[in-house]
Design a protein around this ligand. Sequence first.
Ligand code: ATP
Length: 328
Amino acid sequence: MSAKKVTKIAVLTSGGDAPGMNAAIRAVVRTSVHHGIDVFGVARGYNGMIEDDIFQMYSKSVGNIIQRGGTILKTARSAAFFEPEGRKIAYENLKKRGINGIVVIGGDGSFKGAQKFSHEFDIPCIGIPGTIDKDIAGSDFTIGFDTAVNTAVEAIDKIRDTADAHDRLFVVEVMGRDAGYIALHSGIATGAENILIPESKTDMEAMIASLTEKEKRKKLVNLIVVAEGEEFGGGTQVGNFLKEKLPNADIRVCILGHIQRGGSPSCLDRLIASRMGYHAVECLLNGTHNVMVGIVDNKIKYTPLDKAIKAKQKISDEWLKIVKILAS
Ligand code: ATP
């Protein structure tokens, strides 16, 4: 923690984009303006800091963006920021404008960069968790997850219609990298027969036995939701395996892909982004530095940036049991 007074703030989005990032940018800018603090946007993550793509923002700069997906600041992964020379240039570019506080909206990688930067240059940084994967320790919510999972639900509902029309088995792959939350939530919400996630081992033989039994009693519409990072290697591999084991079944694979990242953020994502953005600026101003602003049990929780790491939370056995019973 540092007691230095923050008078000028920079905000950036870094790593993968997530719907709701714009709502967070808006909250950071408007809360800063409210306090009479100058606020600057940085384009394309840490790249913009290094390439001096930094510009002052005003209340009107963030008008009409709360409902928009993506990020008006754009985002990137910056190889140069891994290097001490890159971070030094970034610091010089902030220093010449008198910027002495940073808000980073991104994932755990972005927080690692921020942590390193703040230690090297004694500049306080606040992290806001923005990732559709919901895999960061220290927050029940991450910006973008709710929108992504709702997009997945909408798409899977549509797939169910065509699966029903043709009596087909569909394997649907959803995003989440090595986290299974999008798969678990969207699978439960769409009544999937099976949900394959990296956090829990799937008994494939039991799954085949259950699908064979369903085939016998003419339950032909089956949805299997697969997380992209599950142990078999994703939807295509699971689909191929099922085709081999169930030669009479009409099996299709659908990979939802990047549509899950885009689109207008849900109400929940707009709310948490607004709340976290507001608190990020309050933190910088009241001396709570180098933390990630999270929400736990509906209360704001601060986690030191070095502890806000990628974390797989345990998926409760209760949910897995419910899935099995309800899909019979
Ligand atoms: P997502 O969860 O969407 O991947 P992320 O923030 O974890 O988001 P990363 O690609 O891991 O995405 O990190 C974003 C950027 O943060 C990197 O491209 C790099 O510029 C910076 N960064 C990450 N780790 C470090 C580090 N150890 N040192 C310096 N900078 C880092």
